[in-house]
Design a protein around this ligand. Sequence first.
Ligand code: F6P
Length: 536
Amino acid sequence: MNRFSDLLAYAETVKSRPILRLFENDKRPAEFSASCGEILFDFSKTNIDAEALRRLVALAESAGVAAKREAMFGGAKINETEGRAVLHTAWRNPGETVVVDGEDVMPALRATLARMRVFAEAVRAGRYTGQGGAITDVVNIGIGGSDLGPAMATLAMAPYHDGPRCHFVSNVDGAHIHDTLKGLNPQTTLVIVASKTFTTIETMTNAETARAWMAREVADPAAQFAAISSAVDKTAAFGIDASRVFGFEDWVGGRYSVWSPIGLSLMLAIGAERFDAFHAGAAAMDAHFRETPFAENLPVLLALVGIWHNQILGHATRAVLPYDQRLARLPAYLQQLEMESNGKRVSMDGTELGYNSGPVVWGEPGTNGQHAFYQLIHQGTRVIPCEFLVAARGHEGDLAHQHLLLVANCLAQSEALLRGRSLEEATEILRKKGLTGPELERQARHRVFPGNRPSTTLLYPMLTPETLGAIIALYEHRVFVEGVILGINSFDQWGVELGKELALALAPVLEGTAQGEGKDGSTRALAARIRMLRGI
Ligand code: F6P
């Protein structure tokens, strides 16, 4: 017996039922979809029926989602393993009052937002300049949550860019910063070092490389640096003036931090007003999440569909397929959001989970993915629940015909996954082409699509700052609800620590200044070969 027993038992009775049969109820599209403003979530192309939905909603209720949600918004320390509140929502609801440890944290937050705004507008208007004049380029150096959020959102908001060009460097691989800085003028470049801790080795190494690059042409390179960090002692030691340091508290997790000063590069690209709109879209989703009954609540429904597919039906992965080229980085962003949050093997009390943790999340924009990995989604032996995202309209009015083709492809894919193509249909198509006998039979089998493969569609009018904010907040809350149902802490990330420690210990072994004692044979042999190839 576990928390999913009831749903597992029910799923056994329906799992072989064709999803298509559920559409005999012509009210299904309306009954198995829900909206927040103009964002529609359609989950009718899944095997969830009214009884499954009832049981899923009951699961969310019995798991205590509502109480935990209010605890989160209220500033309770729900990140129990780190003793922290979880208040990324505060950044997009700056008018509210939130008390942590007896103190209203909002005045300081509002002051930081105001300073960000002043700085961003000064950069954009050319009042803050580099040694060679107005800032033309911004390089955000950060990794994980200090990169993926602003990188994803800045790309998504390309139609609104009217500030300096923004670039993002994350990888410690020198190729990344080298290739990024190559075309830039140090005299008109602003470098933002985005690191909550200001200790992350990748970020600090790249920051030092950027400073050395700038020092070749700029007398006071630190004057063209800004920092996003609360570690003010460390930012000062790096030489960055406090007026260009924007902090945020430990109650904002890295992967939830795009709303905070970590979003400065986005604000520089699109301006403070549109950044406000981005916040407002997220705040609208927050309100929807807090006020809407579970059966119509988008984050809760996305979470329940996720639980149904992963924990109940055993589909281990989830494909995120934005039919929106500017959301090209969304799958990577959601990978961190979902997998760092819900990739946990023990529950809050430290006992092992008796069920699967969160899913493997992956994906690429459509239609590109169609010509790459959709083959496996349609005809492979594993079922991969697909999550499509698509805007009704694109920004390029003169290319509306292309957008229509994009949308048609999106709908066609979910239709194909649902409907499939039977052996009879495949045979008939080939017969019309003149095939006969055993060759017809053999060829037809290769052209069968089993269908009955689940997908959901998130449909929105257009990718505006408000909509993007709402979509990100939607996924954040979805991850939260899934985490509560799984009984885990979605807000720590101990699983990234071991590799960091071992990498630090391995650097001297690769340099040849330390032996590889205690290392396994494979690691020692690889290190020896690398030393040999590097001539050490
Ligand atoms: O290594 C994991 C992690 O802590 C992420 O959670 C975080 O987003 C990233 O590293 C960057 O951390 P920081 O902002 O402190 O450099």
